[in-house]
Ligand binder design. Sequence first.
Ligand SMILES: C[S@@+](CC[C@H](N)C(=O)[O-])C[C@H]1O[C@@H](n2cnc3c(N)ncnc32)[C@H](O)[C@@H]1O
Ligand code: SF4
Length: 412
Amino acid sequence: MSPALPDGDEAPADGALPASVVAGAQTRAFGVYLHVPFCTVRCGYCDFNTYTAVELGGGASQASYADTARREVALASSVLRTAGLPEREVSTVFVGGGTPTVLPVADLVGMLRAVDDAWGLADDAEVTTEANPDSVTPQSLAALAAGGFTRVSFGMQSAVPHVLRTLERTHDPSRIADVVTWARDAGLDVSLDLIYGTPGESLEDWRTSLEAALATGVDHVSAYALVVEEGTRMAVQVRRGELTLPDADDQASKYELADDLLTEAGLGWYEVSNWARGARHACRHNLAYWRGDDWWGIGPGAHSHVGGVRWWNVKHPRAYASRLESGLSPAAGREVIDDEAAALERLMLHVRLAEGMPLAEMTADERGRVAALVADGLVDGRVLLTERRLLLTRRGRLLADLVVRTLAGFGA
Ligand SMILES: C[S@@+](CC[C@H](N)C(=O)[O-])C[C@H]1O[C@@H](n2cnc3c(N)ncnc32)[C@H](O)[C@@H]1O
Ligand code: SF4
């Protein structure tokens, strides 16, 4: 189960891109996202495009996945060359899922080698893999580092057993400190993902999770408000009244507590849901998404964006493999983003960043709506005046979607 793909236009069978993608390419970073659509078990809240062995059935095995993904890397390299894009090294790679670390390390390193062979990895490339805390060992983390990975992002979610049980997480919370130590000993930069607002989680539970994350000395934390997605087991439990969701005030208190504790510990926010110990530890791959750079998404359901063209692959691993085996692009649909849509998208993404949205890049209409946001305490008036950029206040971060809708003229 995972969300439906957008409609868009039909994508060409060979994946060819229009000549328009070349304009300005030299000024945009180029990244690669590699989706690994497998998990050992599915957590009740998750609607990512991922499959357990039972859900997958025959025809698209985990064992053949790295080879299939390598076929898309070869296709991507040829499509970009044919479109006339300049040679660009890959500045960031992000292997996400699913749970990438259910694959053997040799497969993850093999896919990374394919990316390196196709385009070359920049000397300072950031190469991240996501991992579940119960899917790594000291040896596997050392092998990932030796194979070129520089960063690992663990799905910690919570340190509190009853919260982890409600989320249907399988790992033992006492393992978190160990996996962080192993990863750091291997030379990897480490990030922890946390979720707040799980049914039954108190503010003290959330404090316990934040303190446990910080006690590891980690340099990056992502804290996400739980989203109950339609079609998940958790949505059914909520509908039946078996689980009760927290209200908006509870979520806001938890965001504020996270921001207080993380900031006190030296991790500053750089995006609404992301904190890092200085710019050096911010996730460059995600920053490139938010800044509108170019990236190719490898894998079933993966999205790509190159020079104003966005496309997305067929979702099921079997359909994905069979398209590539037949020599076809796995793209299911695509859209060419016009200038107006691109500007709106830039606004939506940039407003959420601590680097803020330069006023000079906003339309006169958008700028006209800023004064009311300052008056409501959602935008920092001092930064607006002195630095001519729109920076969210903490209250604004809590209501970032409302700020974007207001700026774009969509009303509250
Ligand atoms: C692909 S998962 C991370 C890797 C790994 N599979 C794991 O769960 O540990 C990416 C992250 O998205 C977040 N996430 C997934 N579903 C979510 C939801 N419904 N609400 C909020 N956060 C969610 C979790 O924090 C998770 O760590
Ligand atoms: S392990 Fe991660 S990707 Fe897999 S089902 Fe759970 S949250 Fe989703």
